[in-house]
Design a protein around this ligand. Structure first.
Ligand SMILES: Cc1ncc(COP(=O)(O)O)c(C=O)c1O
Length: 386
């Protein structure tokens, strides 16, 4: 068995023992009452997580499968879809729409930037027959959160345009009240802020989205209308990934026990401690404005004098702490830390110490206690206990 490490990459995250143990339950028939009881409870808790009265569907796939399902249920060849592109995952979202035959109207931004409602409105003003906006809420490659999302959603609704949100690296870790913000389709993955193993994608669907989905030529396996039919009797059309459903069920119970607001606050305070530590060490976060900084993915530039891969290797080998490097065109140029799931002061402090020591080993000059004290001070300010 591989040694257990502190996994601080932006997914998969550390999974609580309770959730791991849940996967050891025996298999059951997915056409049994036992399954329906499990699925009813689980989907009820998903509504709580997504803050929606609508149904949430569970797919046996990673996040990308969820995004592809959402796209292929609303986009027919030739449909116009606005995609703001400001990092690797929004590029992938664009690619998914393209492969489906959609006509992408791209709003291209610098990596580290986030689309604003004004920029989106400008594109909408000069584009006719736009069917949907597809947007990444938290760009994992740059650690940028689209803080204008509620305003963008309002604008989309006002104009009768569907809004598809990739919330893979944020849902469960920061605000995203799907119904209040009027998000039509929202997608996430099990392995990020839910502290559940990888392998499941989750999708919520609004009433407006259903009207559109029903008129779209849908794929066979990822047909949301068929999923809705089975969901009504608390079943899935095809064989569900049972061990992962057990895990998700347990992870959702833990989320309910903690409460969403407490969970968001914990992520926010831990991310603040990370940002304070990073800046105190003289490192630069990638988001170009402070307000864009993600509470779930901390992305910062590699200082010139160190080799990124070596720093990460030292953190792993000496301290058992695993963080990620840059993604896409930022490969080799950045570090990314997942501030997700069961993250608490203990994980933050351990990560900051490992990062500090690895940077020093590589010749980066740091004052005694820099970074670490800034993180501790943040927790003290909130009276947050380790
Ligand atoms: C914003 C975003 N979208 C989509 C994905 C793809 O998820 P997966 O790797 O689970 O397919 C990721 C994964 O990191 C992501 O961060």
């Amino acid at each position: 068995m591989p040694e257990k490490k502190l996994i601080m990459v932006p997914g998969p995250t550390n999974v609580p023992d309770r959730v791991m143990r849940a996967m050891m339950k025996p298999m059951i028939s997915h056409r049994s009452e036992e399954f329906r009881v499990l699925y009813r409870e689980l989907t009820g808790n998903l509504k709580y997580l997504f803050q929606t009265r609508g149904d949430v569907y569970v797919l046996a796939s990673s996040g990308t499968g969820g995004v592809e399902c959402a796209v292929s249920n609303i986009v027919d060849p030739g449909d116009k879809v606005l995609v703001p592109v400001f990092g690797l995952f929004s590029e992938r979202l664009k690619e998914s729409v393209k492969r489906r035959g959609g006509e992408v109207i791209e709003l291209s931004l610098e990596w580290g930037d986030a689309p604003s409602v004004e920029q989106i409105s400008q594109v909408l003003d000069c584009t006719e027959d736009l069917k949907a906006i597809a947007i990444v809420y938290n760009e994992t490659s740059t650690g940028v959160t689209v803080r204008d999302l509620p305003k963008i959603a309002e604008e989309a609704k006002r104009r009768g345009i569907l809004l598809l949100v990739d919330a893979v690296s944020i849902l469960g870790g920061d605000k995203l009240p799907v119904d209040d913000w009027q998000i039509d389709i929202c997608v996430t993955g099990s392995q990020k802020c839910l502290a559940c193993p990888p392998g499941l994608a989750l999708i919520s669907v609004s009433d407006d989205a259903w009207n559109l989905i029903e008129e779209t030529s849908r794929p066979f396996y990822y047909d949301l209308v068929q999923m809705r039919r089975f969901n009504e009797k608390y079943e899935t059309p095809f064989t569900p990934a049972l061990p992962l459903l057990y895990a998700l069920d347990e992870a959702l119970r833990m989320i309910r026990e903690e409460g969403l607001e407490n969970r968001f606050r914990r992520h926010r305070i831990c991310s603040e401690a990370f940002y304070n530590a990073i800046e105190d060490m003289g490192l630069n976060p990638i988001p170009i404005k402070e307000e864009y900084r993600s509470n779930t993915v901390i992305a910062f530039r590699r200082p010139e004098e160190v080799d990124g891969a070596t720093v990460r290797r030292l953190m792993d080998e000496r301290y058992g702490v695993v963080i990620a490097g840059g993604a896409g065109k930022m490969k080799g140029e950045a570090f990314r830390i997942g501030c997700m799931g069961i993250v608490s002061p203990a994980e933050v402090i351990q990560t900051v110490i490992a990062l500090r020591e690895a940077l020093i080993d590589q010749g980066f000059k740091l004052d005694v206690g820099s970074g670490l004290e800034a993180a501790l001070k943040t927790f003290n300010n909130y009276n947050y206990k380790i």
